[in-house]
Design a protein around this ligand. Sequence first.
Ligand code: GPW
Length: 837
Amino acid sequence: EKAKWPKETVDLWAKLSKKEANDIDTIQRSIVHHVTTTLARAAYNMDNFSAYQAVALSTRDRLISRWNETQGQLSKVDPKRVYYLSLEFLLGRSMDNALLNMGLKDTYGEGIERLGFNMEEVIESEVDAALGNGGLGRLAACYMDSLATLDYPAWGYGLRYNYGIFQQRIVDGYQTEYPDYWLNFDNPWELPRLDISIQIGFGGHVQTLQDEYGVTRHNWIPGQSVQAIAYDVPIPGYDTENCNNIRLWRSKPTRVFDLTSFNEGNYEKSVEDATNAEKITSVLYPNDNTMAGKELRLKQQYFWTAASLHDIVRRFKKSMREWTDFPNQIAIQLNDTHPALAIVELQRLLVDEEMLSWDDAWEIVIKTFAFTNHTVLPEAMEKWSVPMFEYLLPRHLQIIFDINLFFLQKVEMKVPNDRGLLNRLSIIEEAQPQQIRMAHLAVVGSHKVNGVAALHSNLIKTTIFKDFVDYYGEEKFVNKTNGVTPRRWLHQANPQLSALITETLGNDKWLKDLSLLKGLAAKTEDAAFRKKWMTIKRANKVRLAELIKARCNVEVSPDALFDVQVKRIHEYKRQFMNILSVIHRYRTIKSMTAAQKASVQPRVVIFGGKAAPGYYIAKLVIKLINSVAAVVNQDPAVGDLLKVVFVPDYNVSVAEVIVPASDISQHISTAGTEASGTSNMKFVLNGGLIIGTLDGANVEILEEIGEDNIFIFGCMAHEVEDLRHAQRYRNVPMDPALQGVISAIEKGTFEDPKIFQPLISTLTVGKDFYLISADFASYITANQQVDAAYKNQEEWAKKSIRCTAHMGKFSSDRSVKEYAEEIWNIKPYSVEDEGHL
Ligand code: GPW
């Protein structure tokens, strides 16, 4: 169209679509413009929330300019791109982050101040986008920030859930769940693309026919179809014009009224079908590290992967390249097995619809996909029952059986007559009914498989994927240690520390090259610097104490040691062991004389995290924490020496307050169970020390910061199986200190002990699968070492500074660069500032 325009028209467009200026006057005008037009409000009719909406809309205008510019140039240049498929993107709030990344926060801050509002209060009005459960979803968000910042051409693909992770309230000490209807008000951070609509089929049957060359062809005739509508979320990089995209799909009925049912007079059924279609993207499944196995979840997975692949293939076809070029233009990363169906869908599109031969198609598929594994826990491994799968996706089932047959035939050629091996490698588990092992499908359909920390990547090679390593060789299995974005987790969450670091290093280059933090190491011997450092930590603790007062109605002293464990509640993460050790501490204090108490290090133990709504034992752990808190916090014999709080509704924006305020945080999973952990990195980056087991990324954090700056305890991953065996078969007695704690609970020190019996049973009848008893003594000792170290504030300050100084490795920029260079083979593309046309 542009080509057909006369010169005057082109020039007019160019003149009128120049980018917005970013001076304070223009920005204020833009805010007021949105107040009076978009929001239809007047200045006297404003509160913080409307101010937030107006600032958000004005910010969004600038985001859209960058989005258009980046995406326009990328369409023209058409470099290789990566698509990150994730069922979860746990973004949290967007406004502060967008303003900081675009370098506009100060101007907006001043502008809104002069208009009578306080920027920090305005920021607080935004609700979190909570489309994720925990670590896996937040990792996806950090990776999107790094990809944009490093100018990589990357898109995320996910689902636009109407309800994100539930809101947690504590009633009588118990978790209760409330729906997170986050779209109550218009969401300014998404661009609805109502024109991008894709038909997705389900059910039906498969037609088999011979084509004109006598080749057998399969044609899937779905029984129902729904529409996928695109919503785009712009992701601006830090200190670059580049703006990437997360495309989220929403399900809609194909036609509001199914015409057949409608014409047959079956009005009710036609409305019901419409409701069923909407249901697909209604709610995020709230399970972290467990598989629920629900049919609706499988529908979500297919709906999302099919829409995304259709979109990717459509974009590729516009380039008029050969199909063999597909993997040269496109890399697709599978965030765990949730999107593994994409492998099958691409094979189906290439074979059934594009008429490629099976082998040509399969080569393209393998070169395109790579797979990240995030857990070894057996209860988290995705498996789908064959009958249910066949009912929803009959053609995909055939393709999976064919993929499996051809794969096992190759194994048979290499290793003849080993039926045990074929059974162990098979994508199909021979159970009643048969099950599809999604992890096996993901390994077979990808060219690279990675774990998320060194320990974990080695573990998967010797456990769940051992037979695959033997068959494929080592090169297919690699490690990509997780990272976190320093923009959100230091610069945004801890502005004072960020400013001190910039002042000390002389510039803010460290925000794009985190290894530069090592320049802080020399400052440990500078007493004045230590003082500044610890003053900032204290200010952050004051801010957290205010949040605790507001949410828990407990007063805590910012001079006490702040001890934090915030993460999803799970038996393998051992919040239970933590609260048991708190009871031990309480009993110890109670047994002390006044003179002995004088030397006790005061501590505030802070918990936070959600339990999956159906996870009974995890919910009992929350109840126990609250019951202990109720007793301890009221006990005059304890006073300020020990306080216990459970911060309700832990989420990204609460984490932004908690992370900068911790003195010590707990990462105490049974060795070998936490694949990586990412909050461990956030805490240490903010000068918080950690107490932890030799698990996940703790091992690499120890390597970087040195053993004097971390408190390590407990058994090692390779010892776990022997310890479990001994506990099961050799009547190993319970740790005596632990026995004392259990007796105290059973005596009714904290409410009716009957409530907690099922929890206590996991240590006795349940044979203590997570080895709390085995690790308890060394855990108590490590906690005593923490107390002792904290007493020497000057030495503690040095440790804290060293922690931050040596965290360069754990930037998600480093992780993403490794993926780009070693798995995706993509290069950065620098957007040139050309204006709009
Ligand atoms: F089970 N993780 C998570 F592997 O947050 F899929 N949710 C999940 O459902 C799974 C993993 C899954 C976490 C890991 O538990 C954590 O150790 C890791 O740091 C994080 O994923 C990011 O890799």
